[in-house]
Design a protein around this ligand. Structure first.
Ligand code: UN1
Length: 513
């Protein structure tokens, strides 16, 4: 019999030991009005149920939007440095709970524990960075052409945001959105991926402990189909920040542009590493392994294409394959494991489908290609690290985002050819070149059409104090994260103020003499 026991706060432990988590609306942990729940399962061991969550309906989303709208006037009026103090407290609490959050993340979505710790660390960094913005949020003052008149532009909040986040960075990406959104004086409804609800619930628990007023941040769990679009297009929502697939992002952007809503989308990638003939091959291989197979290839920044100069091509393929064979696959909670499972069965099938496509297209499968379904691994969604060599640029495995541990190697005649291939896809998020030649680095820096260019480092590893986002179909609207052109531009709008204290009517452009 399932016995419901109230645990202080938000969780309800049942007799089956699977805790139930609620939505967080207007400062309260609430069950969905739908009365329905869904389960989150460990992708490394499908017998392990991580928790039960609210299958929210439009009514829950509407309640969350109402709460966020109601909380907005007081939150917007709160001095930004005070909002920053709350963010500092989040940062400290996140740091205190780092290990617990990281372990829950690995159990829920599979990335290896060292990477999960990095994911939480990225959220801590973002909390502190955005807390500091509370004392900056600077605008601009410029001189007036008239006497006794001043002019300035200031950042003002936009209103209430829908923050829709993916499962691959279940703490970091929500933090990229929640912290700049709140420091700017907006309120929010947070809709995380239904594949990582526990990471979201734990994050919100911690955030609420830091003393956020009710309604400022609301959490609604459920599927994109049921509440994602509803939230994004609701008239109470002033802006949408979305990270996920290009198909969903483009659809949301189309819907929102018709109703004049701010929307920014961070979407897919097909990120290249160029390896020149003068590159340190040992470094390039280490980088390609980390970029290609880190997070089982499930990053929008994953290095899914390696473009290698023909002079070092054979050696690269041989050494890279030899190193990939040594990767240990298993549960991410085992610290000796290099690569965990993919997120779920549908993703596993999609990745295996692309491997079949690669074979049919005539690419040379030099390593991997199979699901690992023996022993303990049979209980999860494990795929071998997979390498295709002799991939031609027009093949689907060189053009489409696979979001799994599959790397395509292409051969380049020279730097120009390499850059042409690098740019010859519909995406432009991240890119990289390994070379010891300063001129090659300058050319790559200038000509790679991507939001991020790495030199002698793989395509992953963006730091939060710079903007994050891509060109072409990788990004729409404003960029994420910090720095000039970063997410404060997503979460604020500029207001221009002219003040005339001359005591008479002065006419710009007209009072010239
Ligand atoms: C993503 O790829 O989905 O640059 C986000 C990185 C991380 C963020 C990645 N800091 O790899």
């Amino acid at each position: 019999m399932s016995r419901a026991v109230e645990v202080p706060g938000r969780e309800v432990a049942s007799g089956t030991e699977v805790p139930e988590f609620r939505n967080f609306i207007d400062g309260e942990w609430r069950s969905s009005e739908s009365g329905r729940t869904f389960r989150s399962v460990n992708p490394a061991d499908t017998g392990d149920v991580v928790g039960t969550f609210q299958q929210s309906s439009a009514a829950d989303a509407a309640a969350a939007i109402r709460a966020a709208e109601t909380a907005h006037p007081a939150w917007r009026a709160t001095p930004a440095p005070k909002r920053g103090e709350i963010l500092y407290a989040f940062g400290a609490l996140l740091a205190e709970h780092k290990e617990r959050l990281a372990r829950a993340m690995t159990r829920e979505m599979g990335k290896v524990i060292a990477e999960a710790r990095g994911d939480v660390q990225e959220a801590i960094d973002m909390a502190y960075y955005m807390a500091g913005e509370g004392r900056r949020l600077s605008g601009e003052t410029v001189p007036s052409e008239l006497f006794a008149k001043d002019c300035k532009s200031v950042r003002v909040p936009i209103g209430t945001f829908a923050l829709i986040t993916p499962w691959n960075f279940p703490t970091a990406i929500p933090a990229w959105k929640i912290f700049p959104c709140l420091i700017s004086g907006n309120t929010a409804v947070f809709k995380p991926s239904s594949y990582t609800p526990i990471a979201a619930a734990r994050l919100v628990e911690i955030i609420t402990e830091a003393g956020l007023p009710p309604g400022v941040l609301n959490l609604v769990q459920g599927t994109g189909e049921e509440i994602g679009e509803y939230l994004a297009t609701h008239p109470g929502i002033d802006g949408v920040s979305f990270t996920g697939s290009s198909a969903v992002g483009e659809r949301l952007a189309r819907l929102c542009s018709g109703i004049e809503k701010e929307i920014s989308c961070e979407m897919g990638g097909k990120n290249p590493i160029i390896v020149m003939d003068d590159a340190r091959l040992d470094l390039a291989i280490e980088g390609a392994l980390w970029g290609g197979f880190g997070t089982s290839g499930q990053r929008c920044t994953a290095a899914s294409r390696i473009i290698v100069h023909e002079k070092v091509y054979d050696r690269f393929v041989e050494m890279f394959t030899a190193m990939a064979k040594r990767l240990k696959i298993g549960s991410g909670l085992d610290p000796s494991v290099h690569m965990g499972p993919v997120i779920n069965r549908a993703q596993m099938e999609k990745v295996l489908g692309y491997i079949e496509i690669g074979k049919k297209e005539g690419a040379n499968l030099v390593h991997g290609g199979r699901a690992l379904n023996y022993g303990l691994l049979a209980k999860g969604f494990f795929i071998e690290p997979t390498i295709f060599a002799d991939v031609r640029p027009e093949m689907r495995i060189a053009q489409e985002e696979i979001f799994g541990p599959v790397v395509a190697i292409l051969k380049a005649k020279d730097l120009k050819h390499a850059i042409e291939m690098a740019n010859g896809v519909k995406y432009g998020l991240s890119s990289s070149i390994y070379t010891q030649d300063v001129n090659n680095t300058a050319i790559a820096e200038r000509d790679l059409d991507a939001g991020i260019v790495y030199i002698n480092a793989p395509t992953i590893g963006a730091e939060i104090q710079l903007p994050f986002g891509g060109t072409k179909r990788s990004g729409l609207g404003r960029k994420e994260a910090g720095g000039r052109g970063g997410s404060l531009d997503m979460f604020t709008k500029w207001k221009v103020i002219y003040r005339d204290f001359s005591g008479r009517l002065q006419k710009a452009q007209i009072d010239k003499e």
